[in-house]
Ligand binder design. Sequence first.
Ligand code: PLP
Length: 456
Amino acid sequence: MSELRDLLADAAARVADYRESVADVPVFPDDTSGVREKLGDLPETPVPPADVIRRLADAVEPALVGSTGPRYFGFVTGGALDAATAADMLATGWDQPAFNKVTSPAAAIVEEVAGEWLKDVLGLPSGASFGFVTGGQGANTVGLAAARHHVLAQAGWDVERRGLHGAPPLRVVANVERHATIDRSLRLLGLGTDAVRPVRADDQGAIDIADLEKALDGPAIVCLQAGNVNTGAFDDFAAATEIAHRHGAWVHVDGAFGLWAAAAPALRRLTAGLETADSWAVDGHKWLNVPYDSGYAFCAHPESHIAAMSLTAAYLTGQGDGGVRAPSDFVPESSRRARGFATWAALSELGRTGIAEMIERCCALARRFAGKLDACDGVTVVNDVVLNQVLVDFGDDTERVVEAVQRSGECWMGATTWRGRRLMRISVSNWSTTEADVDRAVEAIKAARETTKRKN
Ligand SMILES: *Cc1c(COP(=O)(O)O)cnc(C)c1O
C-alpha cells in the first residue's frame, strides 16, 4: 500500500476504534492535563504525515468527550450516524469548495437534492429556498437577514445598499425564553438587542399569544420557537403567524432541534401551522445526527433570501447557468465545506420512516427518563415532557447531583436555570441511545444522589 493509503486507512481505523468503544469508556474525560504537552512545540522542519496524525490522535483522544455516544445527554447534542460520518470523511478527502457549480458541480448538485429532501421531510413549502450553514446560529442569522431585507423593503428601504443608518425602526418581537443565538444574530445584523420586544411565555415556555399581539405595531420580525431549549415547548404557529401576518410582520422560526417533530407522524401536531411562517432555522448536527458542523436555513421568499445573502448583488437569481443553484448565494460564506454530502447520507441512511422512528424513539426515551426520575422521593420533573427535553429538580441538591453524575463518567447531563430554579437538563437526541442506556443513566443519577446525601 502507498503511504497515503496507509495514512488514511489508519485514520479511518482510529475513527472506527473510537466510535466502537465510545459506549464503554467514561463519557467525560477525567484528566485532560497532558494534552498540551503531548501536542509539543511547532516543528522547525517537516514531519512525516503518519507521525503527525499519530501525535495528534494520541494527544487528544484522552480529552475527547463521548458526546457522539449513547449516554451523553448534555445541551442538545446529537451523535453522528455511520453513513453521515463516512460521507463527511469523503467530503474532507474530496476537498470540494461548495461555492457554485463551477468550483464543484458535485457539491452544488448534492446540496440541491438534499435541500429538496429536507423540505419534504420537514413539511416546509416546496418553493422555499435553503442554505447549508454551520448550525442553528448560522441559520438564525440567515433567516433574520432575509427578514430584515424583506420588512425594510416593504417600508421602502433598501438595507443592502443603504445599511441601517437612517432606516425605519425595525422591531423584533420574540419570546422572553428565546435562544441566546437569536440575540447574537441581531447583534451581527446591526439590529441590536434593544430592538427586541420581549413577549411573555406561558407556564411551559411557549409564547403568550395575547401578549404577542400587543407587541405588534409597525415593521416587525416575529421570532417563534419550535422546541424551547429547556422545556422542548412549541409556540402556537398557526395562531402566532396569523396575528403576525395581519400586522405585516415576518415570522422566523428557530427550530434548531424541535423542527424535527414535523418529520415524525406521532409528533407532527406540535408543529401545526409551521408551514405558514416565512423562514426557518434547523440543525443537522443535533437531531438529524449529522456530524458537526451542519445546519439549514429555509426561506419562503427566495428573492429576499438571495437579496440578503448573494455574493455579488441583490439581482442575482441564485441560479447558476445550467439551472444548478449556486450554494454560496444562500449563506454568508463564499468558499465553504461541501456540507451537503453528510446530510444526503444521513437522510439516505435513515429514510423517511427511519427519521420518524429516531425522533419518536428519543421522545419515548425522554418520557422513560421522566417517569423513572419522577418516581424517586424528593425528585421532581418540572416540565411537560412533550419532546426530548426533561428538566429535573433535586431540591437544594441539584447542583451537587449534576456534578456527581458528570464525575461518574457513566453519563453526562448539564444544569440549567429555568424560571429562577437550578435544574438538571436532560436531552435525548442521539440515534444510538437505547432503553438500557437510559436505565443505566438513571442508576447513575440515583447513585450520585446517595453520594451527595452522605456528604451533607
Ligand atoms: C442549539 C440551538 C441553537 C443554536 O444552534 P447551533 O447549532 O449551536 O448554532 C439555536 N436555537 C435553539 C433552540 C437551539 O437549541
